[in-house]
Design a protein around this ligand. Structure first.
Ligand code: LMR
Length: 393
């Protein structure tokens, strides 16, 4: 008997495991609405023109590939910080950004850092939340529980959310979806963010914003309003961001963790500790994706192109929401909420059994939670998806 004999088979990942099942499905008309990946009108992961141009330039001036600094490509970190706080913001002086392996990697660095700081802190995530929030923060050694966020048949449970945050102990880490709430698609309004930020300040909680979908809701600036609400109240703040979706750079794993301190001195100490986390997790990050993102963010022409391509993706998702909702009209259940939700996902309210039936009988893959990725719907598959939903109702 070796030590490995005791290893148990882990359950399939609720999101990426669904892609594995989808890939193994041989039915030709299968549709993958499981994972959060934006597909264009032809069902392809788009290569953005801004990314293509940046890639070409980088290829033409191919540089030797040494290690990046532990905290990442400096021009990338600077550009991310500007994206998070705005290009002119004085907050940049007291914040630190480290490159992360996608949004997940950024969350993980933040969790590692926070755990070292206060191992007894509790973590609160929204109910429901992205499946990996629970797994990631538990795995980092935290006790994780939830605050109310969504009420079936109603949508956002804002009163419940505020009550739960008010009841949280001091120093509780609160994971918040800055925009395009995953999985529900229900976001807070600007006024609601202000109220949440106020409670966080009063109760001395630690906000950790997951901003993986910036630009997919209402636009880059509007989607960043949560950051502004917290930062103007001088609370300690962590923000994980990602260019997986917004630049369609999924496999490059380009993200960032930005931490806002009290002053420049605190920011320098934070930076030193974040570097220790990175060094012991994976030493230093990869070069290519961050170089592309840095160029797109800082070259005025590419930046403009990116923002217009991003708004194109956002608009296509809205059109697909309308197309799906129109086809679901008149069913026994009201699906008009599909157009009220924002971002990549719709939380359909379908049960585990119904999602199973969608998958088994109709080859339409969503998540067991009832989440579907509207960003993978197109004119060719929308009828099929709507018919399948009608059948399982
Ligand atoms: C999702 O929620 O589907 C995406 O964020 C991909 C992932 O890593 O889970």
């Amino acid at each position: 008997m070796t030590v490995f004999a005791a290893v148990r088979l882990a359950p399939r990942d609720p999101i990426l495991g669904m892609t594995e099942a989808f890939n193994a499905d041989i039915r030709p008309d299968k549709v993958n609405l499981g994972v959060g990946v934006y597909l264009d009108a032809s069902a392809r992961v788009p290569i953005l023109e801004c990314v293509r141009a940046a890639s070409d330039r980088l290829a033409a001036e191919l540089k030797p590939c040494s290690y990046l600094p532990i905290d990442g490509l400096p021009s990338y970190d600077r550009a991310v910080k500007e994206l998070v706080f705005g290009p002119e913001s004085a907050l940049r002086e007291r914040a630190v950004t480290v490159q992360g392996l996608g949004g997940t990697g950024a969350l993980r660095i933040g969790a590692e850092f926070l755990r070292g700081l206060n191992p007894d802190a509790r973590v609160l995530i929204s109910d429901p939340s992205w499946e990996n929030h629970l797994a990631l923060f538990s795995r980092s050694g935290f006790q994780v529980s939830s605050y109310r966020y969504y009420k079936p048949g109603v949508g956002l449970d804002f009163a419940g959310m505020l009550d739960d945050l008010r009841a949280a102990a001091q120093s509780t880490i609160v994971v918040l979806h800055a925009c395009c709430h995953n999985p529900t698609g229900y976001d807070l309004s600007a006024e609601q963010w202000a109220q949440v930020a106020e409670v966080v300040r009063e109760r001395e909680l630690v906000p950790f914003l997951d901003m993986a979908y910036q630009g997919f809701g209402a636009g880059i600036e509007a989607d960043g309003r949560a950051v502004a609400e917290f930062s103007q109240r001088d609370v300690p703040l962590l923000v994980a961001n990602s260019f997986s979706k917004s630049m369609s750079l999924y496999g490059e794993r380009v993200g960032g963790l930005t931490v806002l301190g009290k002053d420049a001195d605190e920011a320098a100490r934070l930076a030193s500790q974040l570097k220790v986390c990175v060094r012991t997790l994976y030493s230093n990050p990869p070069t290519h994706g961050a170089s592309i993102a840095a160029m797109v963010l800082t070259d005025p022409g590419l930046r403009q192109l990116w923002e217009s391509e991003l708004s194109g993706m956002r608009d296509r998702i809205k059109l697909m929401r309308q197309a799906l909702a129109a086809r679901l009209q008149g069913l026994s259940r009201d699906f008009s909420f599909v157009t009220a939700q924002v971002g990549m996902f719709s939380y359909t309210g379908l049960s585990l059994e119904q999602m199973g039936e969608l998958r088994e009988k109709w080859a339409v893959y969503g998540l067991d939670s009832g989440r579907i990725c509207v960003a993978a719907i197109n004119d060719q598959n929308v009828d099929r998806v709507a018919q399948a939903i009608a059948k399982v109702l």
